[in-house]
Design a protein around this ligand. Structure first.
Ligand SMILES: [Zn+2]
Length: 277
């Protein structure tokens, strides 16, 4: 059976890339409608799906042609990580709040809203019967049938304070909340100027991102995990895969050096090759 939330829940703040005030209200969804963004400015709800992707530079953006919602991945990661299938997301502004740079505030809001089961609605899932691989340069993905939904993700960056980090993770709502949701987004100080010149990261600060300089890691309260970077990449991957529109089932996924563009391409391949059950 499908799930949604019981009560509305709201989060306010400023968007990471656009730097503008924003408010998101999670609302229960009656139908089997997946994740949808709603706004008085939209003619109709904007489904968070692969066929609506507008961009994958430093975040994943979706559009209906007239309206775009930027940086949807952390919010979607929280919903998918907690096993919520249907969610209406009312948004003011064009980007959800950056919150603390992680998915934890979204996950906490969803938990506060409560999970509601919909016994009369069938839950279709995405699974595989064989192995699937995708590679481009040093980016590599692999998926095969598994027990439960599990990941092995490697993040690798040539910097003495980062290096290679690998996280292995079996997805359950409880484990997601403790091991993945709190991992914050991060950036390298040498990229920040170019990012701002491109109109991105305008709301970014040490309140909502970890910044890595040549000599130190600037993280409010210190890093939350020694491998926080790999965990955040996993958080992003779970959010981007949610755009497939079907929850994963009994699948093992390996990802090396993933990013939003590769995540989305992999989600498309997965959807194309998977059995919908
Ligand atoms: Zn992220």
């Amino acid at each position: 059976m499908r799930t949604t939330i019981k009560e509305p829940a709201t989060i306010e703040g400023i968007g990471l890339h656009k730097g503008k005030p924003s408010k998101v209200t999670f609302l229960p969804a009656e139908g089997a409608t997946g994740y949808r963004f709603l706004s008085p400015l939209f003619k109709e709800p904007l489904p968070a799906r692969l066929d609506r992707i507008a961009g994958t530079v430093r975040g994943t953006n979706i559009t209906d042609g007239a309206n775009t919602v930027y940086t949807v991945e952390h919010l979607l990661s929280a919903a998918a990580g907690l096993g919520i299938d249907d969610l209406d997301i009312e948004i003011t502004g064009e980007e959800p709040p950056a919150a603390d740079g992680s998915a934890l505030p979204f996950a906490q809001a969803l938990l506060k809203a409560g999970r509601k089961e919909k016994p009369d609605q069938e839950r279709k899932t995405l699974s595989l019967t064989g192995q699937l691989e995708m590679a481009k340069g040093d980016i590599r993905f692999l998926a095969r049938p598994g027990l439960g939904v599990s990941f092995k993700l490697t993040y690798d960056y040539p910097h003495k304070l980062v290096g290679k980090q690998t996280i292995e993770f079996l997805l359950t709502p409880e484990e997601y909340l403790v091991r993945v949701a709190p991992a914050r987004t991060f950036g390298f100080s040498h990229e920040l100027e170019a990012l701002k010149a491109a109109g991105l990261g305008l709301g970014g600060s040490l309140d909502n991102a970890v910044v890595i300089t040549e000599t130190e890691v600037l993280a409010k309260g210190g890093l939350r995990y020694a491998d926080e970077f790999a965990r955040h990449k996993l958080l992003d991957l779970i959010g981007d895969l949610a755009l497939a529109g079907l929850p994963l089932k009994d699948i093992y996924i390996e990802a090396e050096r993933p990013g939003h563009a590769a995540n989305v391409n992999f989600a498309k391949l997965l959807l194309e090759k998977a059995q919908n059950q």
